[in-house]
Write a protein that binds this ligand. Structure first.
Ligand code: GNR
Ligand code: NI
Length: 169
């Protein structure tokens, strides 16, 4: 088990498009364990492989208050997306900033689990927002991309300054 280093906006590595997972072996399972450990320690409700500089289509999440409902989605696809819902989002790669983002309210998802088995399920509310946020990471997209350029640039400048001063969490 190991804690993985999380990249911060505006690191260009966060813009890479992740490639599908093809090999379901013990090395992948170990990586998934490290992803969960990193997400719970952060703490966050989700984490995409992109955020730890692994550019494969894999994300972990746990939207339960009790932190006892781990879920790993590999090669996830949205089969359906309906409605709109606005909610405040944060991101472990954009620490300290929370802004309102509009996402699909209900989604139907197809993905694989750690064993390579296909899973299909529906999600709404916070869970749906989290899945869409993580799937964006796999495309090199961040929640700040939905904000105005003015807001995004302010966030970028503050994070660059904090990194320089060594005061970034
Ligand atoms: O911990 C997180 N909280 C969160 C809140 C609202 C919408 C999305 C998220 S995901 C975020 C963790 C993270 O950065 N995942 O990529
Ligand atoms: Ni994020």
């Amino acid at each position: 088990m190991a804690l993985l280093n999380i990249l911060h906006f505006p690191d260009p590595k966060l813009r890479r498009v992740a490639r599908p997972v093809t090999l379901f072996n013990s090395k992948l399972k170990n990586f998934v364990s490290d992803m969960f450990e990193t997400m719970y320690e952060a703490p966050g409700i989700g984490l995409a492989a992109t955020q730890v500089d692994r550019h494969i289509r894999l994300l972990v999440m746990d939207v339960s208050g009790e932190r006892n409902a781990p879920r790993c989605l590999i090669n996830p696809e949205l089969l359906q997306a309906d409605g709109e819902e606005e909610s405040d989002e944060g991101c472990l790669s954009v620490p300290g900033f929370y802004e309102s983002v509009t996402r699909a309210e209900h989604i139907r998802v197809r993905a694989m689990d750690e064993a390579g088995e296909i899973i299909e399920f529906e999600a709404s509310g916070m869970e749906a927002a989290c899945i869409q946020h993580e799937m964006d990471h796999l495309e090199g997209k961040l929640f700040v991309d939905y904000l105005s350029k003015l807001k995004r640039d302010r966030i970028r400048k503050k994070l660059v300054k904090q990194k320089k001063q060594g005061t970034l969490s």
